[in-house]
Design a protein around this ligand. Structure first.
Ligand SMILES: Nc1ncnc2c1ncn2[C@@H]1O[C@H](COP(=O)(O)OP(=O)(O)OP(=O)(O)O)[C@@H](O)[C@H]1O
Ligand SMILES: [Mg+2]
Length: 365
């Protein structure tokens, strides 16, 4: 898929304007705080309506204004489509091809993007929750139904956790735990199977990309770490069983701590470079390269799965990479429609087809 045009009005500091990008490399350049990241955020929001910065919707509206509007015209599923999001004091309004929808979720299978921003380094640097968010967001974009499974799992988990806290004070309630356990294992095993399948595909590509980015010097290795002891190749039934067994074994501990200690909500994946854990031992450049490899792999898996190339959004990535790594990255992303933000226009990123957008105080020229 590719974006044909993006219109914006009072979206963050972007006042009123539009861009018509090319299908290849698009450069958005300008000084700090002019609106480059805001433009990428607008492009990203059509993936399902959530900010990659974790912002609230009210923050999208330009200071002093009542409403923000963004509209995208894009080519996907062999036809031209469009979507409009309106943010105001009420719930956001979503329009797809002119028809109002309840949520932006149904954009998921039509519009796809992969974003790499400096905040993504948390994937390597921080605790497991950022990595779980990464896989879950990826599997949700593969299939709309997966988001529903995850949301039902989280509801069940909250109910089980509430009961665990009650059992601590009223031990006679212990027998009712099994009501939630079955549902938890049923939904949880579906999530784990999808995550394992996803990591298997991701791993294959990410490991290759990392070898390429590092000029053959670094070996990346990724592995899913499950608190339920599930492993690659197991089916849902087998994972259901190991999840149930582990849940039963940890029951005492769960009651004592007042929350569920095993399940996909506690799983993680390991990022290892040259046999050492990246979080503790990798340099800044190695960590950045590992995240880039994961993101390139995410784009590849997504395009194989949906049959559509996602749009690639690179926010402030280039300036942090040495020339060799820049060239490798550019070469890999050229097959997609790419948006690259930078402060100074670097002509070496462009080719004859590239379009350049200069942004100043929220206006694009
Ligand atoms: N709701 C809003 N209304 C008006 N301005 C906003 C709003 N939200 C954010 N901004 C402002 O938009 C400006 C541009 O932000 P943005 O992150 O896009 O800058 P940038 O061009 O990416 O800069 P940098 O090169 O530093 O990353 C910031 O000064 C920010 O305070
Ligand atoms: Mg920025």
């Amino acid at each position: 898929m590719y974006v044909k045009a993006l219109y914006f009005k009072n979206f963050r500091n972007l006042s009123d304007g539009f861009i018509e990008p090319c299908e290849n490399v698009n450069i958005i350049y300008g000084d700090n705080a002019q609106g480059k990241t805001n433009l990428l955020e607008a492009l990203w929001l059509f993936c399902g309506g959530h900010s990659f910065k974790g912002s609230r919707e009210s923050e999208f509206v330009k200071f002093g204004e009542k409403q923000a509007r963004i509209r995208v015209e894009f080519f996907s599923q062999n036809r031209e489509q469009n979507s409009e999001l309106v943010f105001g004091s009420n719930r956001k309004e979503v329009y797809i091809n002119g028809v109002q929808k309840k949520s932006a979720a149904s954009l998921i299978e039509r519009y796809n993007a992969v974003i790499f921003s400096p905040e993504d380094l948390t994937l390597v640097k921080r605790g497991p929750s950022a990595r779980r968010r990464f896989i879950d967001s990826a599997i949700c974009r593969e299939k709309l139904g997966n988001a529903l499974i995850i949301s039902r799992y989280n509801q069940t988990l909250n109910q089980r956790n509430a009961l665990l806290k009650d059992i601590y004070r009223h031990p006679e309630l212990k027998n009712t735990l099994s009501i939630w356990d079955d549902t938890l294992c049923y939904l949880g095993s579906q999530i784990i199977v999808r995550r394992l399948e996803y990591i298997k595909k991701l791993k294959e590509s990410a490991e290759k990309y990392h070898l390429g980015i590092s000029g053959g010097r670094e070996e990346l290795s990724i592995g899913y770490l499950s608190t339920t002891k599930a492993s690659y190749g197991e089916n849902e039934r087998e994972i259901f069983k190991s999840f149930s067994d582990n849940l039963r074994e940890s029951q005492k501990e769960d009651i004592k701590s007042g929350f569920t200690t095993v399940g996909p909500h506690r799983d993680d994946f390991d990022i290892i470079i040259n046999k050492k854990r990246a979080k503790s031992f990798a340099s800044q450049g190695q960590q950045r390269s590992a995240v880039l490899s994961l993101k390139l792999a995410e784009a590849k898996v997504l395009s194989e799965l949906t049959g559509e190339n996602p749009v690639i959004l690179l926010d402030d990535v280039m300036s942090e990479l040495d020339r060799k790594r820049q060239d490798y990255l550019l070469n890999k992303v050229r097959q997609y429609q790419v948006f690259i933000t930078c402060c100074d226009l670097d002509e070496s990123l462009c080719d004859e087809k590239s379009r350049k957008f200069f942004i100043k105080e929220g206006s694009v020229s």
